[in-house]
Design a protein. Structure first.
Length: 55
């Protein structure tokens, strides 16, 4: 089972406001329109999306 908190880099006791803020910052940085075809960054983008949806 993936640790969604670790994927986003937040502590397990983080509130939803903090989680959303961190996700938005990472999503802007890793968005496919910005990174192009970089498979590592695209995989990371999908991982943070999954983690955010799960939390």
């Amino acid at each position: 089972i993936p640790d969604h908190y670790a994927t986003l880099g937040v502590s397990p006791d983080a509130d939803m406001k903090t989680i959303k803020k961190v996700f938005r910052e990472m999503a802007i940085e890793l968005h496919p329109d910005k990174v192009g075809d970089d498979p590592v960054k695209l995989a990371r983008f999908h991982a943070i999306q999954t983690a955010s949806d799960a939390l």
